[in-house]
Design a protein around this ligand. Structure first.
Ligand SMILES: C[S@@+](CC[C@H](N)C(=O)[O-])C[C@H]1O[C@@H](n2cnc3c(N)ncnc32)[C@H](O)[C@@H]1O
Length: 284
């Protein structure tokens, strides 16, 4: 179905939204974030951009497109609105089970011996993924967790959307959002006000990062979660991103990707698939 057909009669919309407007927005989003917004997403794009058009006091998407030509901040707000941030605690929890069994005993031992451990949640959304990762690894033993986190440990959690990073840093979630956290872990790591324990919040560095742009990180990671973001990218973008992720991972480290994502053939040569969408890096 074409964008024109999906756009529907303009009388049903608060703002004019022509197929050319959809195409212009799609182009900006693709060039900046790598996210594909084909014709079939016209309704979604309108639904997310319309509140921005209203907030700017304009009466058409075309007028809004003119504004974002010069207004960098508004352009960022539009990009933020167009990211899909769906996530949950213990989503695809088999990855955390794998990490706890395969990697954590060695990494915890390394930390106890004064060594360095680095994890990266790439495209972390509102923080459920990195907090899950920590809770799964540390379990409900707060004293042991305290000892380990005093060591040279860092979980880097990045996303391109500033609004989700604000939520992640605050670490406060609704009871409904927290319902997938096992009771034993919730009792240890979530306060009565439904805030994640400061020990966990301080162990995570939340940073803005566009996966398509330059990466400032120098050292390699012991494990990377990059889940449910590549689904929005085309094949060349996925292949390039996966190759960069592989470069930033230690040999012997793990890469976890989303359930509907696959490694491109060239990148797959550097990994052994050891579980469902769980890849062990075997070649530099
Ligand atoms: C569907 S969420 C996935 C969150 C989490 N990884 C999970 O699996 O539950 C996708 C996230 O990717 C982020 N994202 C999209 N394009 C990005 C890009 N180019 N660079 C960094 N993050 C991006 C979005 O802001 C969003 O928070």
């Amino acid at each position: 179905m074409s964008a024109a057909a999906l756009a529907g009669p303009s009388s049903r919309r608060e703002f004019d939204f022509a197929p050319a407007d959809h195409q212009a927005i799609s182009r900006i989003v693709y060039e900046t974030l790598g996210i594909l917004l084909p014709d079939g997403k016209a309704q979604l794009v309108y639904g997310r951009v319309a509140p921005r058009v209203r907030a700017c006091g304009l009466n058409s998407v075309a007028a809004y497109l003119k504004v974002i030509e010069d207004d960098e901040e508004e352009r960022s707000r539009m990009l933020d609105a167009l990211t899909t941030n769906h996530t949950s605690f213990f989503r695809e929890s088999h990855h955390f089970d794998d990490f706890v069994e395969r990697m954590w005993p060695t990494l915890a031992q390394r930390l106890s011996g004064g060594g360095r451990v680095r994890l990266w949640s790439a495209a972390c959304s509102s923080g459920e993924e990195p907090y899950t990762w920590l809770m799964a690894a540390l379990g409900a033993e707060k004293a042991t967790a305290q000892r380990l986190l005093k060591g040279d440990f860092r979980l880097l959690a990045t996303d391109v959307s500033p609004s989700v990073l604000d939520t992640a840093r605050a670490g406060q979630y609704s009871a409904d959002t927290l319902r997938t956290v096992p009771a034993r872990l919730r009792a240890t790591w979530v306060s009565d006000r439904l805030v994640i324990d400061p020990l966990l919040r301080d162990a995570v560095s939340f940073r803005p990062l566009n996966l398509l742009g330059p990466w400032p990180m120098k050292g390699r990671f012991d494990a990377i979660c990059c889940r449910n973001v590549m689904i929005y990218f085309d094949e060349p973008t996925k292949a390039k991103l996966q190759s960069r992720l592989a470069d930033h991972l230690e040999t012997g480290g793990m890469l976890y990707i989303g359930h509907s994502e696959r490694l491109s053939p060239d990148v797959a040569k550097r990994f052994e698939c050891v579980g469902r969408t769980a890849y062990l890096k075997v070649r530099a």
